[in-house]
Design a binder for this molecule. Structure first.
Ligand code: NZQ
Ligand code: ZN
Length: 381
């Protein structure tokens, strides 16, 4: 087992009506908030009204920035930062899925600085402080509400990058499973895929961490056991709660304890699809993962087979990969480029160029340009 430091300062409020604690939690940081959200789902399902009521009840003045895109872009972060600086915001409140929360993290880090957000992503500047961030999660997928990661796209530089900094742990995160009832079937499935992929990225990292492996397989089991029934019953509180909690644990640091780190090669490949073609994050992963497992099958044979034994009671790496594909088919997420109409020469050329330009690869399992060409072939086949 490797040495590790486990630090997670986020206060997690989980369960029915936990948003009723938002106001009293926020007021300890001041009386001026930047409230951010996406394209409007929170207005349709009433979450916006709940949040605004909380702020009013505690005399917290706020300005809004809305329209954050799925696969969020740095331009929105910089525009919101400018408004928040003029308003002298004391805190950021992000209400939405991973895209809104990640944007909120980047804003909270940038507002008290003299930088643009991308200066931190490009490593031109080092963050020194951050405003407190409170999040109200409306979609179970990324685990961002309890981790120090924020992923942004920059179409000028042609990159989708994650920034990791302990200043980006949210101060408070409010997770009411009922707030995910209105997430449609497709995005619910992408969220399930994402939490499985996060668990696998940890599992295929480096370091002998048997207990963390068991945590990984337990989290994936939750997805296998409760994901498909949830897709047939989108307003079932208990199923929503199980998936929401699993998604939180899949990327809050726990699965990496005792390892050097996870790998993250599949995410690097998936990010290129999202950057170029706006593929939803979870959908990019269920295309990239089977290809990645096939590509590494000889080198990681025993490790893949061991996982298959534990999860699906099968004996070989091939059978394990087949079971993952079967599961992704069951939850109706794409497993080939043709499933999302990208299996043509010009799209594939563009994708390969971008993957090579950005050197998409894992932390431990490195890839050459030839490897990426082969991976792309496996995503197409
Ligand atoms: O914009 P609105 O109207 O809110 O609609 C959103 C969006 O269209 C909708 N939605 C969210 N909650 C809803 C809802 N619709 C109805 N009812 C609700 N309650 O769902 C759509 C997708 O939202 P988005 O936030 O983009 O999804 P997700 O949570 O999957 O976040 C994806 C982003 O997170 C990044 C991804 O790369 C991607 O950019 N990730 C962040 C990570 C992290 N910070 O730790 C790790 C992940 O690996 C991932 O990379
Ligand atoms: Zn992910």
């Amino acid at each position: 087992m490797e040495n590790f430091t486990y630090y997670n300062p986020t206060k997690l409020h989980f369960g029915r009506e936990v948003v009723s604690d938002l106001g009293q939690s926020a007021v300890q940081y001041g009386r001026k908030a930047l409230l951010i959200y996406g394209k409007g789902s929170i207005k349709e399902n009433g979450i916006y009204d709940q949040v605004v009521q909380q702020l009013k009840n505690h005399d917290i003045d706020f300005i809004e920035y809305s329209g954050i895109k799925s696969n969020p872009v740095v331009d929105d972060v910089d525009a919101a930062v400018e408004k928040a600086r003029a308003f002298k915001a004391d805190m950021v409140i992000a209400v939405g899925g991973g895209s809104v929360v990640d944007s909120g993290k980047a804003m909270a880090l940038t507002i008290p600085s003299e930088q643009n957000a991308w200066d931190f992503y490009s490593k031109k500047a080092k963050p020194k402080q951050s405003l407190p961030l409170l999040t109200v999660l409306t979609l179970a997928a990324t685990g961002t509400v309890m981790n120090p990661v924020a992923v942004l796209q920059n179409h000028e530089t042609g990159q989708k990058l994650g920034l990791v900094n302990p200043l980006m742990y949210p101060a408070h995160s409010f997770l009411d499973p009922e707030n995910t009832f209105t997430v449609n079937r497709k995005y619910t499935a992408y969220g399930i895929a994402d939490l499985v992929a996060h668990s696998l990225e940890a599992y295929f990292g480096v370091g002998d961490a048997s207990l963390s492996d068991k945590i990984v397989t337990s989290i994936i089991r939750e997805a296998i056991d409760y994901g498909p029934p949830l897709l047939d019953n989108l307003k079932n509180y208990d199923l929503r709660a199980k998936i929401m909690y699993a998604a939180t644990l899949a990327l809050n640091g726990l699965t990496n304890n005792g390892r050097v780190s996870g790998d993250w090669g599949v995410h690097a490949l998936g990010h290129e699809m999202s950057l170029l073609f706006d593929v939803p994050h979870g959908a990019s992963l269920t295309i990239a993962y089977p290809a990645w497992l096939k590509f590494h099958k000889d080198r990681l044979n025993d490790r893949i087979a061991e996982l298959g034994k534990e999860l699906f009671d099968v004996d070989t790496a091939d059978a394990t990969i087949q079971e993952f594909e079967r599961f992704f088919n069951k939850i109706e997420t794409p497993i080939r480029l043709s499933d999302i109409d990208l299996n043509n020469k010009s799209n594939k050329d563009e994708l390969l160029n971008s993957m090579n330009k950005n050197q998409a690869q894992g932390i431990h399992h490195k890839l050459t340009d030839e490897d990426r060409a082969e991976l792309l072939r496996l995503m197409a086949d």
